[in-house]
Ligand binder design. Structure first.
Ligand code: CDP
Length: 254
């Protein structure tokens, strides 16, 4: 994709970021979908439910593209922070979100302008900022076209909070991935420690509960399963088992 393909002045996937084709497209484009429109598997769920890991693995297995929509909210929050804006100024943050100079490299690195912000956007402060700006309708609207620009053949696996309800309501398969708050805090803790970012379990659990409550209670695109979503509780499942369940649901589609 070239810069001119990307709506809203954003970056989108870079040229050459095609997903690997090996094992691609296990099935034809599902009946009822325009053959020119790539199928979408939408994976929504609360913070640290493992959506990102599962979605990436499913995308790699199918040879599809992958959208981490939370990264876009994190990028907008980081952009707002760097511009010295408050998170509670919807119009100003929406302007930042609409013109994010973001680029996703094929190797997974994310740049904002000239800066590699791959690690910076994972900081908890940025995640909390993302959750705060995500309550604003104008900010969500500003990111809509950019998110939809990731939908390309042979297919897209998208993870977030409103993939199945708002961004891709016609997704061919919708999952709502949950896990207990304690196991999610534990997973997030391990993830941060692996990245060399220090964090305490109790503060992570508290942050996670605050973020869950904010995401679920906001008036715009709240975190709720789509009516036609399969709810999958991964508390006692390994990553491999969860991926296998998602792939089985995809294969079992009528
Ligand atoms: O990693 P974690 O699940 O905590 O968060 P994320 O997926 O990176 O998203 C960060 C924040 O962006 C979330 O807490 C949500 O408030 C917001 N978000 C959203 O509102 N809608 C999305 N589709 C994705 C993220």
């Amino acid at each position: 994709m070239t810069a001119t393909d990307v709506p809203s002045g954003g970056g989108g996937p870079e040229a050459g970021s095609e997903a690997p084709r090996a094992g691609a497209v296990a099935r034809p484009v599902p009946a009822g979908l325009d053959a020119r429109v790539a199928p979408v598997i939408a994976i929504d769920g609360p913070t640290a439910s493992g959506k990102g890991t599962i979605a990436q693995r499913v995308a790699a297995t199918l040879g599809w593209h992958y959208l981490d929509s939370g990264a876009l909210y994190r990028l907008a929050a980081l952009g707002a922070l760097r511009a010295g804006l408050g998170f509670d100024d919807p119009a100003a943050v929406a302007r930042i979100a609409a013109t994010l100079p973001v680029a996703f490299a094929p190797d997974g690195r994310i740049r904002l302008g000239a800066d590699d912000v791959t690690d910076a956007i994972r900081a908890e402060a940025v995640g909390n900022g993302a959750s705060r700006i995500a309550v604003h309708g104008p900010v969500r609207d500003a990111l809509l076209a950019l998110q939809r620009s990731f939908r390309r053949p042979p297919g897209l696996v998208a993870d977030g909070r409103d993939m199945g309800t708002v961004v891709f309501p016609d997704a061919a398969l919708k999952l709502f991935l949950t896990a207990s708050a304690e196991s999610r805090a534990d997973r997030r803790h391990k993830q941060l420690i692996e990245k060399g970012i220090s964090a305490t379990l109790s503060s992570l659990l508290q942050d996670l509960r605050t973020r869950d409550a904010r995401d679920a209670s906001r008036s715009v695109a709240p975190l709720v399963p789509a009516k036609d979503a399969h709810v999958l509780d991964s508390t006692t499942l390994t990553v491999d088992e969860t991926v296998a369940r998602v792939l089985a649901l995809w294969s079992a589609r009528g």
